[in-house]
Design a protein around this ligand. Structure first.
Ligand code: PLP
Length: 426
């Protein structure tokens, strides 16, 4: 897809954006805070003259604002290039500083952890990936039993990006502390949706954040490292970030992160009340209007903004294509695995059959979603699903039959989609 040539072209595409776990819009306030650092104040923060020192001062301010989000001190904040880098750094650094060779994690982590631990395994490190139950939750006894003499770090996400399911990371952190093992959490999906101001008081040693999940730009991340937690750089270079992360700072984005952290705190109650109410109305209405619908993860154990829904008898890809044609953005799996035909590793770990896992769509809401967005989505989705089910080889005549031929169904669906696209383009 090409970038819009002009603003007017942009306006012809009304977008109902219900994919806020994939990324979020940059808040106008964030953009405004960033602009001077892309135009006027372009000095290098490491330079000794005042033009550089001024920029350094703004990084300091941003660090204080991010620290306020976690209730920690600015010295505990390390700016990185993204959530993935923060995750990679946390694990790598923990293994380096502990000198140990085993990692405990879960089967439902983001690819930033999944693929890194796969790589570590190929390098000869040991990895234990804990299973989850049908509701996506984790058994604490499994965590305790998995910790070995040679465990260097336990890394367990706070909120799942696909389902929104939350893990009791503070309890797990306390357990790890008792066992003398470092604990890292990928908290990329949590800011603005959960109150994190007690993080510094918890036993969490390391925690990852990403700018573009909280209305700051893409390409900036944070690693929180609790006071006295030894950290070695993952990106090795100059002495930036007190020697913990080399590379000239992405000043504008760091300033944007700081402003976004402030906004996340200001808007926390909106996200927890209004956005939650939008999400709950969305789910309740769909449950009333459609049969054979399952919501993954218990509502009281999920982020307030996330709905992951199985629309039995229909392939998610068919739903997403049609939603796209109606201007609605949602997703199946995580944005980082889009295009993969394999069912989501998260939903598979929760025990969903491949057929049901392939019918799941994630809707994720934000501060910028309105009642009108939900009304529109609720107007579009039920007839769309009914239409797709009427054409599906796995239709309501056989509601409990999941032994259908997925390939044949997909072929049929692709043909139908090609016909639909052809009629639209006529
Ligand atoms: N961890 C989780 C839970 C995520 O949802 C994401 C992004 O989708 C990441 C890590 C990676 O963050 P980034 O895109 O900034 O590398």
């Amino acid at each position: 897809m090409h970038a819009p040539a002009s603003r007017s072209e942009d306006k012809t595409h009304k977008v109902i954006y219900l994919d806020n776990n994939a990324t979020t819009r940059v808040a106008p306030e964030v953009f405004e805070a960033m602009v001077p650092f892309l135009t006027e104040y372009y000095g290098n923060p490491s330079s000794a003259y005042r033009f550089g020192k001024l920029v350094e001062g703004h990084i300091k301010e941003a660090r204080e604002k991010v620290a306020a989000l976690l209730g920690c001190t600015p010295k505990e904040i390390i700016f990185t290039s993204c959530g993935t880098e923060s995750d990679n750094m946390a694990i790598w650094s923990s293994l380096q500083t502990s000198g140990k060779r085993h990692v405990v994690t879960t089967q439902v982590e983001h690819s930033a952890i999944m693929n890194q631990t796969d790589t570590l395994e190929r390098m000869g490190f040991g990895v234990t990936r804990l299973p989850v139950g049908p509701d996506g939750t984790l058994n604490l006894a499994d965590v305790e039993n998995a910790i070995r003499e040679d465990t260097g770090v336990v890394s367990i996400m706070w909120a799942n990006n696909e389902t929104g399911v939350l893990f009791p990371v503070e309890e797990i952190a306390a357990l790890c502390k008792k066992k003398g093992v470092l604990f890292h959490t990928d908290a990329v999906q949590t800011p603005g949706k959960m109150d994190l101001r007690h993080v510094a008081k918890s036993d969490i040693d390391l925690l990852s954040l990403s700018g573009h999940k909280l209305h700051a730009p893409k390409g900036v991340g944070v690693l929180y490292a609790k006071r006295r937690t030894k950290v070695v750089p993952y990106v090795i270079g100059g002495g930036q970030e007190r020697g913990k992360r080399g590379g000239t700072e992405n000043v504008a984005s760091i300033v944007g992160f700081g402003r976004a952290a402030e906004l996340a705190l200001e808007r926390l109650s909106d996200e927890q009340k209004r956005v939650r109410a939008l999400r709950d109305r969305f789910e309740d209405t769909l449950l009333q209007r459609l049969s054979h619908l399952y919501i993954n993860g218990r509502r009281d154990q999920r982020l307030p903004n996330t709905s992951n829904i199985a629309f039995d008898f229909v392939e998610a890809e068919a739903i997403l294509l049609r939603l796209d044609l109606k201007g609605i953005c949602a997703s199946s799996g995580s944005a980082c695995t889009t295009g993969s035909l394999d069912p989501s590793h998260v939903l598979s770990a929760m025990g969903l059959t491949p057929a049901r896992a392939r019918s799941c769509v994630r809707f994720s809401f934000s501060h910028y979603n309105t009642e009108a967005d939900i009304d529109y989505a609720l107007e579009v989705i039920p007839p769309m699903i009914e239409g797709l089910r009427a054409m599906s080889p796995l239709n309501a005549d056989h509601p409990d039959n999941f032994n259908y031929d997925v390939e044949a169904a997909r072929e049929k669906e692709e043909k139908l989609m090609a016909q639909t696209m052809a009629s639209i383009n006529e």
